[in-house]
Ligand binder design. Structure first.
Ligand code: ATP
Length: 247
């Protein structure tokens, strides 16, 4: 069965501040309509990889110095983050990053800047509320007064407002209780199944990520050290010993 590769990261190196080599030739492929997990401990290079794809390294004084990144066969290393959003690639940053003083609904609307019309915005908002009923309940609340789980949902919801085809999701489990993590992952799975959104997600919570992903890449010190179907990684003895039960 032939699957289309949406994202093809090919041997990228990333250097911070002109000297610190952080990614040492990372390659990975994300097939259309799948959930792919980028796993590994603190500082392994997961966030850097996502930022390289969405061209968000500049603000961190980082740059891709080798390799290539393709979106459906087209090179994208030189496209601006905004252009990438227009092409359907949206990143949900680690740490949720909601605007604390805006309401949940206002936060969601900030994600709609690429929308062509008010009716598209309204339709997307209804769609987000359908997937995240909690956000609908909390639509008028200031983000600062909502729970960590609601803020994570808000961050994902805001990304959905741009009608993405690929979502780069950075550490959705961070700081959340296991039950809430599960709730968030269930919604991700749902969005993947029903809206055909492709996900590349970075996670330290290997257990949870493998449970909800199709395929996984494990990173260590800026390199991919292992990859395979999620179900195989989940039962792999080395993975169990070194990564499961961590995070
Ligand atoms: P985490 O889960 O902590 O985000 P990660 O796997 O996502 O871990 P990265 O955030 O990509 O890892 O960091 C990879 C390495 O790059 C780390 O050693 C980190 O200290 C370094 N690094 C990250 N951002 C910068 C920066 N702006 N300048 C210099 N070094 C950086």
């Amino acid at each position: 069965e032939q699957t289309n590769i949406v994202l093809n990261v090919n041997g990228i190196e990333v250097i911070y501040n002109h000297v610190i080599l952080v990614l040492k030739g990372v390659s990975l492929q994300v097939p259309e309509g799948r959930i792919v997990a980028l796993l590994g401990g603190n500082g392994a290079g997961k966030t850097t990889t996502l930022r390289a794809v969405s061209n968000l390294l500049k603000g961190e004084r980082g740059e891709v110095t080798k390799g290539s990144i393709e979106l459906r066969g087209e090179r994208i290393e030189n496209l601006s983050p905004a252009e990438l959003v227009r092409r359907g690639v949206v990143q949900v940053m680690e740490g949720r990053h909601c605007f604390a003083h805006l309401t949940i609904e206002e936060n969601l609307l900030t994600g709609a800047y690429t929308s062509a019309s008010r009716s598209e915005v309204a339709a997307n908002l209804e769609k987000v509320y359908a997937y995240f009923p909690r956000l609908k309940t909390r639509r008028g609340s200031q983000a600062a007064y909502t729970s960590g789980g609601e803020q994570q949902m808000c961050a994902i919801g805001r990304a959905l407002m741009a009608s993405p085809s690929v979502v780069l999701l950075d550490e959705p489990s961070m700081g959340l209780a296991p039950q809430i993590v599960q709730e968030v992952f269930e919604i991700v799975k749902d969005l993947n199944a029903k809206e055909r959104v492709t996900f590349l997600l970075a996670e330290q919570n290997t257990n949870m990520a493998l449970k909800y992903s199709d395929y996984g890449y494990i990173m260590e010190s800026g390199r991919v050290v292992m990859d395979g179907p999620a179900a195989e990684l989940a039962t792999n003895e080395d993975v169990k010993e070194f990564y499961l039960g961590v995070g």
